[in-house]
Design a protein around this ligand. Sequence first.
Ligand SMILES: NC(=O)c1ccc[n+]([C@@H]2O[C@H](COP(=O)([O-])OP(=O)(O)OC[C@H]3O[C@@H](n4cnc5c(N)ncnc54)[C@H](O)[C@@H]3O)[C@@H](O)[C@H]2O)c1
Length: 110
Amino acid sequence: MDLGIRGKVALVTGGARSLGKADCLALAAEGCKVAVLDLDPEGADLVAKQILADGGAARGYGCDIRDTGQVTEAVAAMERDSGPSTSASTTRASSTRSASSRTCATRTGS
Ligand SMILES: NC(=O)c1ccc[n+]([C@@H]2O[C@H](COP(=O)([O-])OP(=O)(O)OC[C@H]3O[C@@H](n4cnc5c(N)ncnc54)[C@H](O)[C@@H]3O)[C@@H](O)[C@H]2O)c1
């Protein structure tokens, strides 16, 4: 499939496992640079490594999306690493204290 998002930066929250991981792999297959955010930094790194091993581009970031400061920091780190490019976004993390899925960040072109 070609969704026309090749080269964009996709930020996925809760990307270390399950649905979020599947989103990361699908977005990488579409040619996105994937920023894998998760409470579990090692899990996020493992997903990023899997994408790199498959020839894609990705990086893992430890981040609790309930904490605005951490989200701001993770997005800044992502932009330092990947450049201030456009970003597709998806979200999968839910907090154990909150049932809702959250949108973490959506950026449009610069
Ligand atoms: N699995 C399903 O069939 C299904 C169906 C419909 C809806 N959902 C919803 O989709 C979401 C994800 O489901 P899943 O099965 O992939 O869940 P999961 O528990 O397997 O994975 C969630 C991931 O999010 C991370 N996470 C949790 N809280 C976080 C936080 N505060 N900050 C950053 N990362 C955090 C976890 O570490 C984990 O890697 C949930 O909200 C779930 O209710 C799941």
